[in-house]
Design a protein around this ligand. Structure first.
Ligand SMILES: Cc1ncc(COP(=O)(O)O)c(C=O)c1O
Length: 439
């Protein structure tokens, strides 16, 4: 305890002494926000184009979200999944009819990694019901290189990035990775032990990579041919971020067969809660192969659960946030603002930039690593180019997020304005040009 004679500790001191060092953090201490803006404890104002890593879909302190949380907290925060909570039933209907717009059911969790755990368990259950010729369960889930599916033990096994696995072996068995968008590799990977294929329609942590329509179609075809489950991880790219409520449909674009591509399950978190910790999976109401129950009923009573998932407070928050997104067509706004942002970035002719990719407001600025590393300040920092640039932007009071070594991600609130985009592009341009000029 601090006594009156001790010097008060700074936030940085508190982190160094008491917070486990699992994150490399910027020395910035945010205390309040409003829309796309954040203030730190020293009163400095930042333009937030990181959005809490694609979480704050309505921006900060949105009155509808804050109001719903306050009202629900004053009436019922938690009871138990032993009971039929009206708020959970109402939200499940909204997600099935308003977001997916196709028959199914929802299981509620508390985070993205935990939502995906539900998918892995569904795969194991389905593989037990539809075994290999020798009677053993099929257990293998195919995911792709550079994917990210969370930090649990199954999550790091599913993730196609060595850096999250390293030092945590032996990894959970039952995952195989193929190169993203490589149709032939995907076809070759399917074997008698395969039970599911799992993809992000747009990879976030992997550097903003969009699935090709051909890859999505091939996945669907292989799932039908070999009786596999088709899982989509829309945790980062879902519910409006890509300019559409269902990210895989944005990735498919106008391609003629897009209407026939329906996943068996989708995981959500991040932007769906608008900042309230939340996760969920949608499960399709359809039967497959010889199994009598529809997919949405395969995880029966006692098979899966979590104390907090779908609690009244979370459901009230998510219902309010999703109603705001649906009623104001923030997915459409995200598409329009994404186009505007990409156009402005192109016109700005920023130094270092090789490419701008992504969909809607999920944008990756790909930089020329050699050009950034040639800066003496980058060399001295010892940081990879993306992190060095995100740090420089942070100092200039524009918040962005790195992905891999060469991508700066822009993930602003879905209700961002053109004026805020203009300001962000101006900050990017002046920061990058200053780095060149002071080299
Ligand atoms: C695509 C994807 N899946 C899963 C996760 C894990 O979600 P959480 O951090 O809520 O566990 C993330 C988080 O970045 C993600 O981007």
């Amino acid at each position: 305890m601090t006594t009156s004679t001790e010097t008060p500790q700074t936030t940085q001191d508190l982190f160094e002494q008491y917070v486990a060092p699992t994150y490399g953090r910027f020395h910035m201490a945010p205390v309040r926000g409003q829309g796309c803006w954040l203030w730190d404890e020293a009163g400095k104002k930042y333009l937030d184009f990181g959005g809490g890593i694609a979480v704050c879909s309505l921006g900060h302190a949105h009155p509808r979200l804050a109001g719903a949380i306050q009202a629900q907290a004053a009436s019922l925060i938690h009871c138990s999944n032993l009971y039929q909570m009206p708020a959970q039933g109402k939200l499940a209907k909204l997600l099935v009819e308003g977001v997916m717009q196709m028959p199914g059911k929802v299981f509620f969790s508390n985070s993205g990694a935990e939502a995906n755990e539900g998918l892995y368990k569904l795969a194991r259950r389905y593989g037990t019901l539809t075994p290999k010729a020798n009677g053993e369960a099929r257990i293998e889930v195919i995911t792709v290189e550079n994917s990210f599916h969370g930090r649990t033990l199954a999550g790091i096994a599913a993730t196609g990035q060595e850096k999250v696995k390293s030092g945590f072996g032996p990894l959970m068995e039952g995952f195989q990775h193929v190169p993203y968008n490589n149709v032939e590799a995907l076809k070759a990977a399917v074997n008698e032990n395969t039970v599911a294929i799992m993809l992000e329609p747009v990879q976030g942590e992997g550097g903003i990579n969009v699935a090709s329509p051909e890859f999505l179609r091939t996945t669907r075809d292989l799932c039908q041919k070999h009786d596999l489950l088709f899982f989509l991880d829309e945790i980062q790219c879902g519910v409006g971020r890509t300019g559409h409520l269902r990210a895989w449909e944005t990735a498919l674009g106008e391609s003629p067969e897009s209407a026939g591509i329906i996943p068996d399950a989708v995981s959500w978190a991040k932007g769906m809660g608008g900042g309230f910790p939340f996760g969920a999976i949608w499960l399709r109401n359809a039967t497959r192969s010889s199994v009598r129950e529809p997919i949405c009923d395969l995880l029966g009573p006692g098979s899966h659960g979590t104390t907090y998932g779908g609690a009244p407070l979370a459901c009230a928050a998510v219902t309010a946030g999703m109603e705001e997104i649906l009623e104001n067509d923030l997915a459409g706004h995200s598409a329009a603002m994404g186009n505007y942002l990409r156009k402005k970035l192109q016109e700005a002719e920023l130094p270092f930039v090789k490419d701008v990719r992504g969909l809607g407001l999920m944008i990756g600025i790909v930089v020329d690593q050699g050009a950034v590393m040639a800066l003496s300040a980058c060399e001295e920092s010892g940081l990879v180019p993306s992190l060095f640039l995100v740090g420089a932007l942070n100092k200039a009071k524009l918040l962005t997020v790195p992905a891999g070594a060469d991508v700066v991600r822009l993930l602003p609130a879905l209700n961002v304005t053109e004026a805020e985009i203009d300001t962000a592009v101006f900050m990017l341009k002046t920061t990058f040009e200053k780095l060149v000029a002071t080299n």
